[in-house]
Design a binder for this molecule. Sequence first.
Ligand code: RIB
Length: 306
Amino acid sequence: MKILVVGSSNTDHFIRLKSLPKPGETVSGGIYYSGLGGKGANQAVAARRLGSEVSFVCKLGKDAQGEAARQSFEQEGLDTSYVFSTDGLHSGVAFILVDEQAENSIAVAAGANSDLMPEDIDRIGNIQDYRVILTSLEIPMETVRHLSGVARRHGIPLILNPAPAPKEPLPPDILAAATIVTPNETEISTLSGVPVHDEGTAVQAASAFRALGAREIVVTLGQKGALVSDGRPGTEMIPSFSVPAIDTTGAGDIFNAALAVGLAERMDLRKAVRFAAAASAISVTRHGAMPSAPFRKEVEHFLATH
Ligand code: RIB
């Protein structure tokens, strides 16, 4: 059972603070730590820790950070055959501020991630061997478009996590090719044109998004849960787990990874969403993005005890 993850790799530099600075303000007294991140890398490593075989497709710079990322992917047991590198661009970097309420604010310099091109997707061998493809939007849209066409031609389910929030609606051909789209509250507001602030507006936004061509939608609403809108009449809210959150960075990535693992294991969508909710609940009780991704045994124990 293999999953293909196509996406970004970053080095994350965190500062944990009492409160996030406003523009022009300096907030001192922070605690610094760093680790690997990037939505694609977080998803790939999380899916591997949850028990799938994972091939990760990304582009790194030819620098120390890129080398460290590659080594770490190997140690995690990812297939790195399609971890490419490029001259003249640095590996991706993110600066992340996290406050005492577990809120964050993220600035990203894409570097080599912006050079992951459609031709790189054509370098992937035996694509028909993958049960699920997972991608997100920290790589060029033309690459996401090309990947979505490849997934459709091979009949492989594609999970499109439209993160970070796009500035404008998704191109209709990409939307039509994605089997499941997994926006959060902010993302679906942009994608559907319906501002979301509660379950009712999320239902309206999901319906507007389906009218635009989305097939199955899972809207992640943080502590409120995840709203599933698929071919069945109506929508269903899968509740989240109540946990003491200290850092939500990467929680969406881990949710998407677990969803991909569940679907690759042929769980039905609602069961896969519950599995994903458990994995992301564990992650928010830990600091960092990739380091917070749980292992399969932890998720099984969590589900058995909650
Ligand atoms: O989703 C969290 C990720 O967003 C971080 O790891 C950071 O690298 C940014 O890409």
